[in-house]
Each structure stands twice: as structure tokens, then as C-alpha cells.
Design a protein around this ligand. Sequence first.
Ligand SMILES: Nc1ncnc2c1ncn2[C@@H]1O[C@H](COP(=O)(O)OP(=O)(O)OP(=O)(O)O)[C@@H](O)[C@H]1O
Ligand SMILES: [Mg+2]
Length: 254
Amino acid sequence: MGQVLAIVSQKGGVGKTTTAINLAVAMARRGVKTLLVDVDPQGSVRYGMGMLSQHYRLGVSDFLQGDIEMQDIVRPTTLPWLRVALAGTIADGGTHEDYHRTFATSPRFDELLARARERGYVVVIDTPPGLGPIVQRVLANSDHVLVPLQCEPAAVQTTAQILRGIRGVVMQNQQLTFDGILLTMYEPGNAVSERVAAHVRSQLPQLVFDIAVPRTVAAVDAVAAGQPVVLRAPNDAASRAYAMLADQLVPRLQ
Ligand SMILES: Nc1ncnc2c1ncn2[C@@H]1O[C@H](COP(=O)(O)OP(=O)(O)OP(=O)(O)O)[C@@H](O)[C@H]1O
Ligand SMILES: [Mg+2]
């Protein structure tokens, strides 16, 4: 049976999508049968993976409507072990209220994950910011959760809130393992960034991964190029961090 890993954060712009994409790719490159799923109505995975053609228009939001099948949205990629289910037409301007309602009430999303598990996929889910109904539904169906935290001064204020959010979530689903907080966009040599990282580690001992993902130019360029940085620049420091993270997580997910 496969397992489901949700990438979640109360805050926006902390590196959820970057983490979901690069972790999924790094796991697939280790021979893990991986399905990357985008449930964020912003649909950012489509850009990060460079899957822009009309061929890739349909995705999770369309599957939830019930007119199409799982095989219509689970797309092959250039990597033999990686499949991707994009957000779908909701990202082209559908009403988010309908999407939220369907997501919260339809059994289709649970079916999608159940079938992916049966097929032995490790499912990596990119979620919208916050702990709203979509993320709650995802977490109720997940086995693991990872929380990216951007190394910026505001992180110092939000750690307590993040911890409360995690506790609430894990209490609701006893099956859920909290894998850890991943420090992202870390700037070694930058005093503020280093102070934030040290503070978060001291406030949340045991909960923060030793690996921090550095902020790099290659990671920014990769988004513009529509290619995951771990593929485009495997020796980049951010790529190496995601590869090491995959090495740590794979044994827990199989
Ligand atoms: N390691 C990194 N180095 C440089 N830039 C990065 C890195 N990680 C993420 N970014 C950039 O930071 C921005 C936010 O990242 P990302 O889109 O992954 O965050 P998010 O949490 O998914 O945002 P949202 O809440 O809007 O979905 C993007 O422009 C991304 O390219
Ligand atoms: Mg995102």
C-alpha cells in the first residue's frame, strides 16, 4: 500500500510548491513510484513542471466534478516513476467557492487517494496556504505531513501559531505522522536568516529537519524555465537539500 504525504503551511509563499515538486521528483529518481497531486486552485505545479499545453488542462478539480476518470488526470512525465495530477480548470478561473464546496463534500477526492494507495504510489500533495476546508480534507486522508517554514523574521512570530496548527491537525487524525518542519529559503552567511533558523530550532526542538533548503538563484531560474531545480541543476545547493530530504523520507514512506 502506498502512503500520502501532504505539504502544508498556514502561511503563503513559504516554499510548499517548490518542496512538493522537488521532493516528488527526487523520490521518483530514487525509483519510488510517485504521484504529485496539486489541490491548490492557483495550480502552480503546472508551471513548475512546465506542463503548459492544453493537453494538460484537466486535473483534480475536473475529476471532483465526476465526469472524468482517474486515468484522465494522472499524467506521465519524462521520469518513469513520476506521475502528476494537476489542479485542472479551476486554475483557469472557475469559482473557488464551488471548488471548496465540492472538495469538502464529494467522496471523489478520498477515492482518488484510496486508488493511488492501492496502486502503491507515494502521493505528494501540494496544498493552498492556510488550514481551510481543502487542507483539512487532505490531512484527514494523509499519512504524513511536512511543514515548510521560510527563514525570514516573521517566522519567529509564527512558530507558536504553526505549532498549535500542527497539534490540532495531528489530534484530528491519529494515523497522521508529523514528519517535521523544513526550513526553506535559508541564507547561510546572512545574520538574520541564521538567527531565525537558530531560534526556530531552539523553540521547536526535535521538530525541525537538520536539512535546510538554501535560497538559490538556480531555484528561481528553474521556476521560470518550468523545470524542477533537482532536474535542471542537480548540483545546486537547494537541489542537494531536496535530494537529501528524499533520502531521509523514502524509508518512512515505503
Ligand atoms: N530554495 C529557494 N530558493 C530561491 N527561491 C525559492 C526557493 N524556494 C522557493 N522559492 C521561491 O519563493 C517563492 C514561493 O515559493 P513557492 O511557490 O514554492 O511557495 P508556496 O508556499 O507554494 O506559495 P503559495 O502559498 O502561494 O502556494 C517562489 O517564487 C519560489 O520560486
Ligand atoms: Mg504553492
